[in-house]
Design a protein around this ligand. Structure first.
Ligand SMILES: [Zn+2]
Length: 307
């Protein structure tokens, strides 16, 4: 039976409502070699993030995907503590971000070693956190994949294939996604299990449709940000729906989070904009309730679900 692998165990579709497919509870954008990288007291993260999660739940959020991967502050133990305190299921990734956030040992590791680690985390647990990884998060350089990023993606494709997990990638340009889908297919996996994170950053809308035709997931994940207006997203969403790819579209904020580089973890941005502001506008633009349900529940469940 398809289910999400979460911090609170497996979750079936009928146990969940609205799912946010791209948010962060904890991020550290300093590189791994900086003093204090990824360090924080769990109690401090709880103090900051528990109220944000509670507000999200009150707005209708029933699960959240953590998008902080290896190299940018993946802390599965902290995600688990926040999840258990709030009873919000969180889907946590394995994987590695792009250069220069990729640690030295990943540069030196062979593809098989990286595949083995990601497979173990998808099947068992991330480190000794007690959290099973639900998916794989990677990234790519804006102008193209480096040799190391290619190695990580090939390893990710093979690891993901072992459990039918989805691979999501922070990728800014559509032409780089094209290369990534070629690599995944050459490694024996499928574009259908790939999420193009930050699709909105590619101005050429034809590339959005090209990747959707190849069966990749599109993700508009800066809803509520200063960089893209609500009208921008509503127009793009309507064009995706008109093109017949409403079953491959994901919506999220890319918000949160506790940042250990900031005093007290900084000031988190709320996870409530989509529910409280954006969806009412999307409804008012003529998108019906069944489609809203598809975009905010069915699609994120299907994208991240494993058999
Ligand atoms: Zn993000």
């Amino acid at each position: 039976m398809p289910h999400l692998v979460t911090t609170l165990g497996p979750k079936n579709e009928d146990e969940l409502g609205l799912i946010l497919p791209h948010e962060h509870i904890f991020v550290d954008l300093r590189t791994w070699d900086q003093p204090g990288y990824g360090q924080a007291e769990t109690a401090d993260v709880l103090r900051l993030m528990q109220p944000e999660i509670a507000r999200a739940q009150a707005a209708g959020v029933t699960a959240l995907v953590e998008c902080s991967t290896g190299g940018v502050g993946l802390r599965a133990d902290i995600d688990k503590a926040v999840s258990e305190a709030t009873r919000l299921p969180v889907i946590v990734p394995t994987g590695f971000y792009r250069e220069p956030w990729i640690p030295d040992w990943v540069h030196e590791a062979g593809e098989a070693q990286l595949e083995a680690q990601m497979t173990a985390e998808l099947q068992s647990q991330i480190g000794d956190s007690g959290v099973q990884a639900g998916w794989i998060k990677v990234s790519a350089g804006d102008d193209g994949l480096t040799a190391c990023e290619t190695k990580v993606l090939q390893a990710a494709a093979k690891a993901a294939a072992s459990v039918n997990a989805v691979i999501g990638s922070h990728t800014i340009r559509g032409r780089v996604v094209r290369d990534q889908l070629d690599i995944i297919e050459a490694a024996g996996y499928t574009a259908d299990r790939f999420i193009w994170i930050h699709t909105q950053a590619e101005p050429d809308f034809d590339l959005h449709l090209e990747m959707a035709r190849r069966s990749a997931w599109l993700e508009y994940d800066a809803i509520g940000s200063n960089d893209f207006s609500d009208d921008f997203f509503i127009e793009r969403i309507q064009r995706v729906l008109e093109a017949g790819f409403g079953q491959k579209l994901l919506l999220s904020h890319d918000r949160g989070w506790y940042d250990p580089a900031q005093p007290g973890g900084g000031i988190p941005k709320p996870y409530t904009y989509l529910c409280q502001h954006f969806l009412p506008k999307l409804r008012a633009s003529g998108v019906d309730e069944a489609t809203i349900q598809q975009l905010t529940h069915t699609n994120p469940f299907n994208a991240f679900a494993r058999e």
